[in-house]
Structure formats: C-alpha cells, structure tokens
Design a protein around this ligand. Structure first.
Ligand code: SF4
Ligand SMILES: [Zn+2]
Length: 146
C-alpha cells in the first residue's frame, strides 16, 4: 500500500516515487506507538527534505493539534516548533506609513517633498513633477513682472 504523499499535494510521478514509506504500512506514520519506527525509515529516506518542505508548506498557519503524522522525520509537534522558529527568524516587514497622513502618489510635488523628509533620493517621476511645478512658478512670476 502506498502512503499518501503529504496532504495529497504531491502529484504522482514526482519525488514521492522515491519515498521509502511507500513500502510500509502507512499507519506507521500516523500512530504514536510506531513513531520511532517511522522516524527510522525517514532517516534513510532520500527525499526527506523534500517531504518536510512540502509538509511545512501544506501545514502553513496550522497549530500543533492540526499537524498529524510524521513527515520528513518530524512529528506534528516538532513541525509546529520548526514553523514557530522560522517565523521568529523571518525578516520584519517595513513599518506601514503613518495613518492619518495621506500618501501622495509619486510624480507629484508633494511626493517629491516627502522623499526629502524621508531622506530618500527622489524618484524620476517626482523629480519631473518638481521641475514642472518650478517652471510653472517661474512662468507665473514672469507674467506678473511683465
Ligand atoms: S521522509 Fe519519511 S514520510 Fe517523508 S517521504 Fe520519506 S519516508 Fe516518507
Ligand atoms: Zn517618487
């Protein structure tokens, strides 16, 4: 009996063909009492990393109690711990812009000034917008003077 690939996500004819658990009773991977045996087989499995990666992806966001069976040599509890460790190591996303202050789209004089406030180099669209605004101001000044 062939053990189902992690959560049935693995298409037939891929790495799952090389899975060592194909030759055993799949129950071994889902019974607490045989956990040790399952781990032993996983330890020799040539596609262990692939199996683990796929299980981690398929179980993304799930809690410990929703991770069943041994995959890639790890129990559900161990995979939940691994997921928590990876979350901790993941890069922190940049802070969202402060709310309440509307963000001007690039290509406007306001966005050009915002680049400076943030100590950024203004982008091409903003530099152009600033130049156009400046020429407009000069034109108006000239018209007033004449
Ligand atoms: S690592 Fe273990 S569960 Fe995964 S394919 Fe290999 S034997 Fe099966
Ligand atoms: Zn810009």
């Amino acid at each position: 009996m062939t053990r189902r690939a992690p959560n049935n996500l693995t298409p037939a004819g891929t790495w799952a063909n090389a899975a060592l658990c194909r030759y055993d009773d799949p129950e071994i991977w889902f019974t607490d009492a045989t956990e040790h045996d399952a781990r032993l087989v996983c330890g020799w499995c040539p596609v262990r990393q692939h199996c683990l990666d796929e299980a981690m992806a398929a179980e993304n966001g799930l809690g410990t109690s929703s991770r069943y069976g041994v995959y890639g040599g790890l129990t559900g509890k161990e995979r939940a711990k691994l997921a928590a460790r990876r979350r901790k190591l993941a890069p922190v996303p940049p802070p969202a812009p402060a709310t309440g202050q509307a963000t001007e789209p690039c290509g406007t004089p306001a966005a050009y000034r915002r680049h400076f406030r943030r100590k950024e180099t203004p982008c091409e669209a903003c530099r152009t917008a600033d130049r156009v605004a400046r020429y407009d101001r000069m034109d108006r000044a000239k018209t007033r003077a004449s």
